[in-house]
Design a protein. Structure first.
Ligand code: CIR
Length: 252
């Protein structure tokens, strides 16, 4: 059975980090309802949802994806690019230590899990405002014994690599080519987001199924035309905190 680690929406979320999104009021109760529905969806897709201990004073703590990257063999505890987010990793580490041997990213390297796209044994790492080249090298060292290929990918105009490209099925990526070059993904089948929905490239894969936001109906049509039929949910409140679907869980 797959495990999905999640963490509660903190009451401090209004103070979250924002980079490419204008600050607007976030309805914490609505965010919590949507987050509960997200967790329920993961359960219907066969995940055992485990909550990491709350971190109510850490505004971005619901976005657990950024604090660690989980592989079959090890889990890497990150050193998040935003200083305000570094305390988040302790709780995530306590939850993960029961499941995996751990490795730790160390200074001067910084990396957010949102910049790490794993497709089988290909690991693409976005070099972004949050993730630097030193982190790519540390990841490469951690993963070398297990046969992963690590490829750095330049990311600009968006927070993380996985805001621009994610995996929908083995060998199939959903991508916004205006945010990231398609070149590193040669050999993959690419499904393009609808040009009117630039933020639609983040789809959450759970085994053979996917979860996708209701906010992007045109891209949904493209996915369905390709034979991909995701479960559609509303994630609009956390989108105001610059969070997408993959950010809210660590699934392994
Ligand atoms: C941040 O700026 O760090 C948060 N407000 C949003 C993080 C979203 N995480 C992700 O895309 N993996």
């Amino acid at each position: 059975m797959k495990i999905a680690l999640t963490r509660a929406v903190p009451s401090s979320i209004a103070n979250c980090e924002l980079t490419h999104v204008q600050r607007e009021p976030i309805d914490v109760e609505r965010a919590r309802q949507q987050h509960a529905h997200y967790e329920a969806t993961l359960r219907t897709l066969g995940c055992l949802v485990e909550r990491i201990a709350d971190a109510d004073r850490m505004p971005d703590s619901v976005f657990v994806e950024d604090a660690a990257v989980v592989f079959d063999e090890i889990a890497v505890i990150t050193r998040p690019g935003a200083e305000s987010r570094r305390p988040e990793t302790d709780g995530v580490e306590q939850a993960l230590v029961r499941h995996r041997q751990l490795r730790h990213i160390t200074a001067p390297a910084t990396i957010d899990g949102g910049d790490v796209l794993r497709c089988g044994h290909d690991v693409f790492i976005g070099v972004s405002t949050r993730t630097n080249a030193a982190a790519v090298e540390q990841m490469r060292e951690f993963l070398a014994p297990f046969g992963y290929r690590v490829t750095p990918v330049d990311v600009g105009g968006v927070l993380h690599l996985k805001s621009a490209v994610t995996e929908t099925a083995d060998g199939v990526l959903l991508i916004n080519r205006t945010l990231v070059s398609a070149e590193p993904f040669a050999g993959y089948e690419l499904v393009d987001v609808d040009p009117s929905e630039p933020m639609a490239a983040n789809i959450l894969r759970v085994g053979e199924r996917c979860v996708f936001p209701v906010a992007f109906p045109r891209t949904l049509e493209r996915l369905e035309a390709r034979g991909i039929t995701p479960v559609v949910i509303d994630a609009s409140e956390l989108a105001k905190a610059e969070g997408a679907l993959t950010c809210c869980s660590l699934i392994f």
